[in-house]
Design a protein around this ligand. Structure first.
Ligand SMILES: Nc1ncnc2c1ncn2[C@@H]1O[C@H](COP(=O)(O)OP(=O)(O)O)[C@@H](O)[C@H]1O
Ligand SMILES: [Mg+2]
Length: 389
């Protein structure tokens, strides 16, 4: 089929041609927006799941939904070792500018920029931030040096400004698990206060499956403060939709056995559906796409996934870390007990803790509970076992 018209979209955060199986999540977010807009109590939303299930895409959909409601929004992405103040400062700056464009906050805008400036320069008096703020810092606001206190003060000011013009603001944070735990605690603390004051400031975050745990560990009340949604592989019906609808729009059908084979090969994981769809489309030369096309295309897709999706992650592991991953793969079932990994390798657990911690840090594994480890990428174990080198 014409590669120029290929509709499939494998890639991190790339909008899929058909967002399948996420209606319930979108409805839930719509309800949140409506309720906050009416001044009703509502909880911020946290999405968790493995890599490649569509968290980033969903977060973006939430953001455009909020924008459709005329809310001002900002987005940032957690990164290892990031300064939360700097990143949030930039995000809130954009958000305030959008709020001001929509609602003409007049002198209140200057004052808000002043609070923002206090917030930002408190972390970096040397002014290493590129943020150019044409405002005088507001002394005594958001400048205590305590991240939680300052973030709370900043967001309260932003929330009051939004409320005064009858709108809401939303901050979207992807890869939340990569924030330092103090920063996570500051965010949770600030949103606790925001929710108590019922201000129209919403947080929507996304992260790996252990995000709910990490949040609870940062503050015990995090459990009640947020609404959690776990995103995973798609149901059979949704996976079929994700595969079939984009082709159908271009007048291309799949035979039943072809569909079944793709669902089977992809396990319904959104990233894999896109990758298989893309290669199958390219090898097929007529509609309907049949089992033979799927088999040919799937081989190509697998090769690409092995290099791009799995291989790039495998390459980031040192030989010691690979040994650990290999043992996890050989043990099969996820999650695995770290004690079982040690036993499998015939080494004392203490000898492996460095490799384990590095793998956690690199985001190749996560810990779903005390003494447990699990791959962050679906089917990573199968990839490791099938490797030949
Ligand atoms: N609901 C969905 N239906 C079909 N494809 C999707 C869906 N959600 C995501 N995708 C596709 O899956 C891939 C991974 O999405 P992404 O949001 O980057 O995942 P994550 O952030 O969870 O790692 C992208 O290629 C995207 O187009
Ligand atoms: Mg993502």
């Amino acid at each position: 089929m014409d590669p120029l018209r290929n509709p499939y979209a494998p890639g991190a955060g790339v909008k899929p041609p058909q967002l399948a199986g996420r209606d319930a999540d979108l409805d839930a977010f719509r309800v949140v927006l409506e309720r906050v807009g009416r001044g009703l109590p509502e909880r911020s939303l946290m999405i968790s799941g493995l890599r490649g299930v569509g968290k980033t895409v969903l977060l973006r959909e939430f953001q455009s939904l909020a924008e459709q409601y005329e809310w001002s929004t900002a987005k940032l992405e957690g990164r290892e070792g990031m300064s939360l103040r700097g990143a949030l400062g930039r995000a809130v700056h954009l958000l305030l500018r959008s709020l001001n464009r929509r609602h003409r906050l007049e002198h209140r805008f200057e004052q808000l920029l002043g609070v923002l400036k206090s917030f930002v320069i408190t972390a970096s008096p040397g002014g290493e931030f590129s943020l150019k703020l044409e405002a005088d810092p507001e002394p005594g606001r958001a400048d205590s040096g305590d991240d939680e206190v300052d973030l709370t003060e900043l967001l309260i000011e932003v929330g009051k400004a939004a409320a005064s013009v009858h709108t809401g603001v939303a901050i979207f944070i992807d890869e939340l698990q990569d924030l330092r735990s103090e920063d996570l605690a500051a965010i949770v603390g600030a949103f606790h206060e925001i929710s108590q004051q019922q201000l129209p400031v919403l947080l929507a975050g996304a992260g790996l499956p252990h995000l709910p745990q990490e949040l609870s560990e940062s503050k015990t009340y995090a459990e009640r403060l947020f609404r959690y949604r776990n995103v995973d592989s798609l149901s059979m019906a949704a996976a079929t939709e994700a595969l079939v609808v984009p082709a159908q729009r271009l007048g291309v059908e799949f035979t039943e056995p072809a569909i079944e084979a793709v669902l089977d090969a992809s396990g319904g994981y959104p990233y894999f559906i896109q990758a298989y769809g893309k290669h199958i489309w390219d090898v097929a030369d007529r509609s309907p796409i049949d089992l033979e096309d799927v088999q040919l295309g799937a081989n190509e897709a697998r090769r690409e996934l092995d290099v791009g999706f799995f291989g790039t992650r495998w390459d980031r592991a040192t030989p010691k870390e690979r040994e650990y991953l290999q043992a996890m793969a050989e043990l099969g079932e996820q999650p695995t007990r770290s004690a079982a990994v040690a036993a499998h390798l015939g080494k004392p657990a203490g000898n492996l803790s460095v490799a384990r911690d590095q793998l956690l840090k690199k985001g190749l594994i996560y810990s779903p509970g005390r003494g447990l480890v699990s791959f962050t990428v679906p089917r990573f174990g199968e990839f490791i076992l099938s490797r030949q080198d």
